[in-house]
Design a protein around this ligand. Structure first.
Ligand code: GLA
Length: 334
């Protein structure tokens, strides 16, 4: 081998050795499937379990991975975004524990150049207006509230209740705009159906789950021992179930209680499967499967194809009661 050739071979080998790990690195990045996060405020609630499951299933079908994270407070939200950033995730879907975290979430996502969309609870800015440029998918809250009020009103008439003898337990969360819209909608329809305004009692809840509903309801019921018949409504079925449990604790017969929730998830199914009907009459079922799937699809198309998701998608619901729950569940693909 002459000198020249040998030198060339050596330098070619050196170049290859140097380039190899780099090339490997480049291709590993390019081939790595897209990763996104799905962050929810209450990871134990059937509604959110189902949303995350739907997102994961879509990812398996379309070759991206979903990191499901429970973020019950603001610090956990920010830590989750850091964690996603470190893992190379390109974006996330979020239902935040407090909608006022909007600007903080936006700033943190920007740090990692991540896109994000909201599901269920729309984030607000410092003035309380919906956060601009963040696509949202959620319930048509007021209309679904109307359906709750209508269902209660119809059932009261079917049972022959006189409005003056019925109290309403309105479990409220006025810090969450979708919650206020839902209970406002229910109130409007109840009043239109002849319900007495002075018989509606507020039970402000701290958390939007069973426990929050129960703790909010108990003192209100105790304050009105003269009222024998109750209707119960709230932003979701978990809270209504908490209210219904509070009526049971005071030995109010289930035939004297009409609770109507919103969601149509695991807790309502369990209630409908009980041998004897309880005070939980029904729920306005919305497809948590579609909420999870569609919000994820919107985000992924935005990341991969630059297709801007619709600014505000509003979904609809259907009354689900003991004798049609399986059918409605199937219809909505829950
Ligand atoms: C809120 C409630 C949930 C569920 C979703 C649906 O986040 O806390 O229970 O009702 O809205 O959009």
């Amino acid at each position: 081998m002459n000198h020249k050739l040998r030198r060339l071979t050596l330098s070619a080998m050196a170049a290859a050795a140097l380039a190899a790990p780099f090339a490997f690195h480049m291709s590993a990045q390019a081939d790595e499937p897209l990763k996104i996060g799905f962050l929810v405020k209450m990871p134990e609630q059937a509604w959110f379990i189902n949303e995350q499951k739907a997102a994961t299933t879509l990812g398996q079908k379309e070759n991206f991975s979903v990191v499901n994270i429970g973020t019950p407070d603001g610090e956990k939200v920010l830590a989750a975004i850091d964690n996603l950033g470190a893992q190379g995730a390109k974006g996330f879907v979020i239902c935040a524990p407090d909608v006022r975290l909007g600007p903080a979430i936006q700033a943190r996502a920007k740090r990692y150049n991540m896109k994000f969309v909201t599901v269920d609870d729309q984030l607000v800015d410092s003035t309380g207006k919906p956060l601009a440029n963040v696509p949202h998918l959620g319930m048509s809250a007021f209309k679904i509230g109307n359906q709750v009020g209508q269902a209660i009103s119809d059932e009261m008439k079917r049972r022959g209740w006189k409005p003056e003898e019925v109290g309403a337990l309105r479990i409220t969360n006025y810090e969450l705009p979708t919650a206020k819209l839902r209970t406002d909608g229910a109130t409007q329809s109840l009043l239109a159906g002849g319900f007495k305004k002075e018989n509606i009692f507020d039970a402000p809840q701290k958390t939007t789950d069973d426990e929050g509903g129960f703790n909010a309801s108990s003192p209100v019921l105790a304050q009105h021992p003269n009222i024998k018949k109750w209707v119960v409504f709230a932003l979701n079925e978990e809270s209504v179930l908490g209210g219904v449990r509070a009526t049971e604790q005071l030995h109010i017969p289930s035939a004297d209680v009409i609770g109507v929730g919103i969601n149509g998830a695991g807790e309502a199914f369990a209630e409908f499967q009980k041998k004897e009907p309880t005070g939980f009459y029904g729920t306005i079922a919305v497809s948590s499967t579609n909420h999870g799937k569609d919000s994820t699809e919107n985000l992924v198309e935005w990341i991969q194809k630059g297709k801007q998701p619709p600014a505000d998608t509003q979904t609809t619901g259907k009354l689900m009661v003991r004798n049609n729950w399986q059918q409605v569940r199937q219809e909505l693909g829950i």
